[in-house]
Design a protein around this ligand. Structure first.
Ligand SMILES: [Zn+2]
Length: 134
């Protein structure tokens, strides 16, 4: 950017003269002057959709899916496992959103299986409890 010597207007170097007064007298401004766009450290670099930077599978997503599957098998033996599966899957999902990691499908599957298993085990325990009342 350059600044007009006559009127002080700031305009790009590509222009031959000042757009305000037409004067060719100009002052070269420092590259990192106040007129440059401020860099926002919180803005993440653009990543095209479907092309994740980080190709690693999210660990929480895998753990959540595995826990939910194990919980599905061991439903009657150890129900809290499905709750752990939900917790890990949710953690995985939130991490994938931020880090663009792989494993979103796994996390969603783990979350779904975990929830179904939890509901089912609650239902099972309720049945056992009702039956014990008779
Ligand atoms: Zn000027």
């Amino acid at each position: 950017m350059v600044q007009c010597y006559e009127c002080g207007t700031v305009y790009p170097e590509t222009m031959r003269c000042c757009p305000n007064c037409g004067s060719e007298a100009k002052i070269q401004l420092a590259p990192n002057s106040e007129f440059e766009e401020p860099k926002n450290p919180y803005v993440q670099p653009y990543r095209p959709y479907g092309m994740p930077m980080n190709n690693r599978m999210n660990g929480y997503a895998v753990a959540g899916f595995v826990l939910s599957c194990v919980a599905l098998v061991l439903m009657c033996v150890f129900p809290p496992l499905s709750i752990l599966g939900i917790v890990f899957s949710t953690l995985g999902l939130s991490q994938i959103k931020k880090s663009f990691q792989r494993g979103k499908g796994l996390a969603v599957a783990g979350l779904t299986i975990g929830m179904i298993t939890t509901v089912f085990s609650i239902f099972l325990y309720a049945m056992v409890f009702i039956e014990s009342l008779w």
